[in-house]
Design a protein around this ligand. Structure first.
Ligand code: ATP
Length: 316
């Protein structure tokens, strides 16, 4: 499914007619409050997004048609046809701007597939930014955010980056007032993915059965934690309403969370709909030690260190 791809001397900057290389981060939800199911089938969300330093990279070059190749996480597994969010994003932008969707796109993927880190949404955001530059369509950030919202709830945030409040179904993004602090994370990647819609259905089931925890509700404690510098205060404020659903679907994640705790993490949560777990460390050195211990515990496919917040989809 993947084609061989050779860099043809690009230096990563936008040249006349390309190539354009865009780097886009993964996201975690520091607070994921899931409200009631809406009539349109989405849940009302109250979330705090946080972009972390695990990146996908999308390169766009001029082409006679629209093509996509890829390498890295999910290569050979992820369809490269019209179902791919990269292709959908390119078509959406071209349709909006009234240009032909012609480009040779290449995706270097480091964000695990269906991992709860919004990798697909990140790739859609990167495509909008890259093709906007390649095609010279020069849309405003607001116009790009509008197209992004139609592609997926997390896509506007991944254009934005940093740390931001998400409301509605997550697509309405506003920046939060935070101290310019870098937080250090250890990211425990599991084997295989979890389906986001299935995690929401499981949460609905737990709530109907009366066995779900009370919803997290307000983001106030989390937002207050972001205005100070003590990672222990942030640790105490992290929360995810989807966590129990992810644990019900993948009971082994409880061992991952326990292993992180035993290794001295300040806190550990399931990222989004899982199965990736993220652990907060006190500082960079602590994160490295924690990553070593979590790796040794043998509960994850891969363990990475990351920091956040970082910028959203940007030309590099
Ligand atoms: P989220 O946290 O936004 O719910 P996720 O991180 O759990 O998402 P993704 O990696 O974004 O999961 O992918 C979810 C599904 O989207 C995949 O299983 C795949 O079928 C589809 N998809 C389409 N295009 C892409 C892409 N470029 N990268 C990843 N997944 C894609």
């Amino acid at each position: 499914m993947t084609e061989a791809w050779r860099p043809d001397g690009e230096d990563g900057r936008r040249g006349a007619g390309g190539p354009v290389k865009v780097r886009v981060p993964a996201k975690v939800n520091l607070h994921l409050g899931v409200g009631p199911l809406r009539r349109d089938g989405y849940h009302e969300l109250n979330t705090v997004y946080h972009a972390i330093s695990i990146y996908d990279e999308l390169t766009a070059r001029p082409g006679d048609t629209l093509t996509l190749t890829m390498e890295g996480e999910g290569a050979g597994e992820l369809a490269l046809d019209d179902s791919n969010l990269v292709i959908r994003a390119a078509h959406a932008l071209a349709g909006y701007a009234g240009v032909l969707p012609h480009a040779r796109l290449h995706l270097r993927k480091q964000i695990p597939l269906a991992g709860g880190l919004a990798g697909g949404s990140a790739d859609a955001a990167a495509t909008l930014v890259a093709c906007d530059a390649l095609w010279g369509t020069r849309l405003s950030r607001e116009e790009l955010a509008g197209i992004a919202a139609d592609l997926g709830s997390d896509v506007p945030f991944l254009i934005h980056g940093g740390t931001a409040l998400g409301t509605g179904r997550g697509e309405a993004v506003s920046p939060v007032l935070a101290r310019p602090t870098s937080w250090h994370w250890v990211v425990g990647i599991a084997d295989g993915g979890l389906s986001t819609p299935a995690a929401y259905r499981e949460l609905d089931r737990l709530r109907e059965a009366g066995t779900a925890r009370p919803p997290l509700g307000s983001t106030d404690a989390l937002l207050a934690a972001l205005r100070q510098r003590d990672p222990r205060v942030l640790a105490a404020a992290l929360g995810n309403d989807l966590q129990d659903a992810a644990l019900a679907m993948r009971p082994a994640l409880a061992d991952t969370l326990k292993a992180g705790e035993a290794a001295g993490a300040l806190a550990g949560i399931v990222s989004g709909s899982g199965p990736t777990c993220v652990f907060l460390a006190a500082d960079e050195a602590h994160a490295r030690g924690l990553a070593r211990d979590l790796t040794a515990a043998g509960v994850c496919r891969e363990v990475r260190v990351a920091h956040g917040p970082v910028a959203g989809a940007r030309i590099v």
